[in-house]
Design a protein around this ligand. Structure first.
Ligand code: M6R
Length: 615
């Protein structure tokens, strides 16, 4: 939600800001805006509703007087529609100060009433404008942007990252954060602020975290971080593990296409250095080893696609480690008085590591004494820092709003944790664990083979571009894949889609089947010892008898599905828990190709944003 970038240094700031916004646009694309301080000391702003190219076209047609200090914003609308007026920056101190915001200021109505009573006029419907006007007033009183910030943040409730510049302090950008992301980029004679490292990775890979409730002041040659009371705080520098080219589209038609193609690497990189000689090697978890060993329950918290990876984690943890595991949507968990026993291990899963619903759930669990382990893909992420321990997936930057490669990396990370738990607790023999690890390591090659059928799936999708509804069925570990297939299709192709547990079909959903209804079925392996295969094949027969058009995802050599499926997409042989990691790609590709066939923006679906930093 909302991408934020700030710059002070020696380059034309608009180049840096627009470059940063391009890389952050996945966070929100309802409007974009910039504010720069020109050498003559004037503050110049420009903002436009719509995607970033509306702003860049406007700047190309009518140049803005640039300087070397500025801030930029790309918005996902919360308060007030996506209009020019509601776009950020918002102004204070009679237009001398510009402010941008990510998050929600929950007490904005009360602050607005106060500001109106003071004689201020509002030009937008946003919650943000109260912060700009308050900061302007405080600046007038204190004459110092950093000090003014301290006074203002103390009055705000809710979640925010705020950045501001004032024309009387050229060469200074001040930022503050509470429950919304902000990272510092450290350069030579220049410094940066960004919602994430993508904002500045083109210029520097040296980054620094900013903790909760902290204020940062950047100048070309200095960075100062304090708490909200102005006291200095400890900071941690880190090196960004990827370079700018990793977040480029390259020759691909979309980021989503590129990211699906990177899935084998995402798995290999997540496993790299974490497997010893037939054993897991997870030194990141050493600090919580006792809690892992003694946990009497595992609770996985996540949202969206990450939640579906958690469902797969549950199967693995219960099967391999023998520990009861539950998975909950983080936003449902947080507000229902959940009971956490002292032996509960809470695992959160989040690509961005900034999802507010998940962050709030983790904080809640932590406050109640739970050991919290986070599985995140983004370095420096808040959820990782708030947790007792973190295991980073190494999927690389994921730019498309639809999560793909992060999903497979999350599942692999959860499986590593499950096997690690099994080792600590002796619930699985060393031979079995070594075999499971071998199977994990074999996945990248098998998945590359699955991706070779991309063109065939594209043909299938193109033939269905008029489809209004698609159902997805799966059983056991195929069920989360059915849910994920449906989410992908809804999210980017705007087609009504539902995922069902195949066994549930007869309890209601089968009444949805009418002639021509497209149904994807994730078929378990016929080699599977728990004999689910014949049950799912029976389900296929049941829906086929009612006219469904069935597309089966089945393992190579499974001939039992042939008489009943209209199409069969093949996946290589793998153990039962590993099949989902091969079965998901065809569904991701299908959704992507169908969206493309409908002429939709695959990477930036309507109404969505990559990183959901509001509750
Ligand atoms: O960054 P997170 O993994 O915490 O994000 C969670 C969900 O918002 C995310 O997976 C969302 O469902 C994706 N857009 C799905 O493709």
């Amino acid at each position: 939600m909302c991408g934020i970038v700030g710059y002070v240094g020696n380059k034309p700031s608009l180049d840096v800001l627009i470059g940063g916004l391009k890389r952050l646009e996945y966070r929100g694309y309802d409007s974009a805006g910039v504010a720069v301080i020109a050498p003559d000391g004037s503050l110049n702003t420009r903002k436009r509703a719509g995607k970033l190219n509306r702003l860049t076209d406007d700047l190309a047609a009518d140049a803005l007087h640039d300087g070397t200090t500025g801030i930029g914003h790309t918005r996902w609308a919360t308060h007030g529609g996506p209009t020019d007026g509601n776009a950020h920056p918002h102004l204070g101190d009679d237009g001398k100060l510009a402010l941008i915001h990510n998050g929600i200021i929950e007490n904005f109505s009360e602050l607005k009433a106060e500001l109106l009573a003071r004689g201020h006029e509002f030009t937008s419907e946003t919650d943000t404008e109260v912060a700009a006007l308050l900061l302007g007033d405080e600046y007038r009183r204190t004459g110092n942007l950093t000090v003014a910030f301290r006074d203002v943040v103390a009055r705000l409730h809710g979640a925010f990252t705020l950045l501001a510049v004032h024309q009387d302090e050229p060469g200074v950008v001040v930022g503050a954060r509470r429950n919304s992301p902000l990272v510092i980029g450290l350069g030579e004679g220049e410094n940066f602020l960004g919602s994430d490292v993508a904002a500045f990775v083109e210029h520097t890979r040296r980054a620094m975290e900013i903790g909760q409730d902290q204020i940062v002041t950047i100048r070309p040659d200095s960075v100062t971080v304090t708490d909200f009371d102005g006291e200095p705080v400890e900071t941690r520098e880190f090196e960004v593990a990827w370079d700018a080219s990793a977040a480029e589209k390259g020759g691909w038609s979309s980021f989503m296409a590129k990211e699906i193609s990177e899935e084998p690497d995402a798995i290999a990189n997540t496993l790299r250095g974490r497997i010893g000689d037939g054993v897991t090697d997870l030194s990141e978890l050493d600090s919580i080893a006792a809690a892992l060993k003694d946990a009497d329950r595992v609770l996985i918290l996540a949202c969206g696609t990450a939640y579906y990876s958690g469902l797969l984690g549950k199967y693995a943890i219960e099967k391999w480690a023998g520990v009861p595991a539950d998975v909950e949507l983080a936003h449902e968990f947080r507000y229902r008085d959940p009971v956490l026993s002292p032996g509960t291990l809470v695992i959160s899963v989040s690509q961005s590591g900034e999802t507010m619903d998940t962050l709030m759930a983790v904080k809640y669990a932590k406050e109640r004494g739970a050991t919290t382990l986070s599985i995140c893909n983004t370095q420096g992420a808040t959820i990782a820092r708030e947790s007792s321990a973190a295991l980073f997936t190494h999927a690389g930057p994921e730019v498309a709003v639809a999560s793909t490669k992060a999903f497979v990396a999350q599942v692999v990370a959860l499986y590593l944790v499950a096997l690690h738990l099994a080792e600590l607790r002796g619930s699985r023999s060393p031979e079995e664990i070594a075999d499971d690890l071998d199977q994990l390591q074999a996945l990248p090659a098998k998945l590359s083979k699955v991706l070779e059928s991309g063109e065939r799936i594209a043909d299938l999708a193109r033939g269905m571009s008029d489809t209004r509804s698609v159902l997805f069925l799966g059983r056991n570990v195929g069920y989360p894949i059915a849910l994920e297939g449906a989410l992908k299709l809804k999210e980017i192709a705007y087609i009504h889609a539902e995922g069902f547990a195949a066994g549930e079909l007869k309890h209601g959903p089968i009444s949805l089947i009418e002639p021509g209804q497209r149904v994807f079925v994730v078929v378990p392996s016929p080699r599977d010892s728990n004999s689910l295969h014949p049950k799912v094949v029976s389900n296929i027969q049941e829906i086929r008898a009612r006219g469904a058009h069935v597309i089966a995802i089945a393992e190579e050599g499974d001939v039992a599905v042939l008489p009943f499926a209209d199409d069969v997409l093949r996946i290589p042989l793998a153990g039962p828990l590993f099949e989902p990691l091969l079965a998901v790609a065809p569904l991701q590709i299908f959704a992507m190709e169908l969206a493309a066939a409908k002429g939709l923006d695959v990477d930036q679906p309507r109404n969505l944003a990559k990183s959901v930093t509001v509750e």
